[in-house]
Each structure stands twice: as C-alpha cells, then as structure tokens.
Write a protein that binds this ligand. Structure first.
Ligand code: SIN
Ligand code: MN
Length: 222
C-alpha cells in the first residue's frame, strides 16, 4: 500500500524530547500547514458535534473548558453519570464525527501501539480556562498511550508523577506540539495551569484546542 503523504515534517531527531520515562514531547511536530489543516478539520467536526460544557460528577460544577469529541467513542462527564465514554453526543444524541486523518497519522507514527485510537477528546480553552491536575484513567486499555496534540495559544502544562502529591514540573506547550503519555507515564498526573492569550494566530478567535487520542477498550486477542 502506498505510504500516505504526510502534511507535516518528521521531528528532527525522530525521538522527541524525553521529559520522563514514557513521557515524550515532539516539539512542532505539526508544521503551520498541518496545524491549519487540523484546525479546519476540528472546525468542521464542531459543526456536527457542537461544543458543550461538561459538569463535574456529584457537584455538577461546570468545567472551564468546552469539549467535544471525534471517533467511535467520546469522553463525557456530568453530575449524575460521572466520567465515562459513550458513542453519542450528550446534547444532540448524534454519533461523534470521525477522527481527522492528521490526528490518526500522528497516532500511527508516535503511539507505538498496533491498534487505532477509539476516542479523540477535543478541549477548547479560552483565556480563562484551565484544567486541574488529574489522571486519564477511564480507559480499560492502559497499554496504549494518550497522544495529545496542541493547537492555537500556548499553555503552561503541569505534570507530576503517579501520585497527586509528587513534585510537579511545568512546560510550555505550543501550537503543533505533540505529547505522548505512555508506559510508565501513562497514569501521570497532569493539568493545564494557564493559557497565554494571543501567543498564536492559528485560531480565528484565539484560545487553545487540545486533542487527546485514546484507546478505550482492550482489543480482542487475534
Ligand atoms: C487533558 O488532560 O484532557 C488535556 C490536556 C491538555 O489540554 O493539554
Ligand atoms: Mn488528561
């Protein structure tokens, strides 16, 4: 089969920057053209699966990010149902749109995992939004990494270890960066402290989009 032509340049070393065992950062993995193409794909997806504001389990407090999803499954949260994956948009009841090809290409190139992702959570951060320290642990398949793609304004990303109280480090994530959280870092606590408004001109109205690709179910043994 002919190799799909990629829109983005491979990172120079191919190996990325190792922040910790299993936590690898590929700076500017998506070049400007690829970022514009992927941002366009997300804008199209949002026409089918509009942004909605998830709420916290039990308290019902709204998160400060808006969310939508692409893929067969989407991550949702609300007061009564809690954190979960489901095949339908919680407001429209429609199936989620497909995961954009560029995001699937990044997964194939970087995930070191033989099966495709099933969910692509799409977060939108306006200048005031943030995300508290948490683990991504609603997936049955923890052998697959979480692959995170940043678009638009830069942010201050915080990560610690496998315990909430572990010493935290901060890095800036910029548009086009891809972060892979896998292996020993699959359950690393992480969050977003702050958005830097105006740091990117990619999104017409500013803000930051983050895509996280996840494998949710364990593949059946062949
Ligand atoms: C997330 O943890 O779901 C998003 C992380 C990010 O926005 O970089
Ligand atoms: Mn997360």
């Amino acid at each position: 089969m002919a190799r799909q032509k990629e829109l983005f340049a491979a990172p120079e070393t191919g190996a990325g920057l190792c922040l910790a065992a299993g936590l690898t950062l590929f700076r500017y993995y998506l070049d400007g053209a690829a970022q514009r193409s992927l941002a366009g794909g997300i804008a199209e997806a949002v026409l089918k699966a509009p942004w909605y504001i998830p709420t916290m389990p039990r308290s019902g407090h709204p998160l400060s990010v808006k969310m939508t999803n692409c893929g067969g499954l989407g991550w949702v949260s609300d007061r009564d149902g809690g954190y979960r994956y489901q095949a339908a948009h919680p407001v429209t009841g429609e199936a989620w749109p497909p995961i954009p090809q560029l995001a699937l290409s990044a997964w194939r190139a970087l995930a070191s995992y033989p099966h495709p992702p099933e969910a692509c959570l799409v977060n939108f951060y306006d200048r005031h939004a943030r995300m508290g320290l948490h683990q991504d642990r609603d997936e049955a398949e923890l052998a697959a990494p979480v692959v995170s793609i940043s678009l638009g304004d830069s942010c201050c990303f915080r990560y610690s270890g496998l315990r909430r109280g572990d010493a935290a480090r901060k890095i800036e994530l910029n548009s086009g960066d891809v972060l892979v959280m896998g292996g020993a870092a699959r359950l690393t606590f992480h969050g977003v402290d702050k958005i830097f408004p105006g740091s990117s001109g990619l999104l017409p109205d500013g803000g930051r989009i983050n895509l996280t690709l996840r494998r949710v179910t364990r593949p059946r043994a062949m």
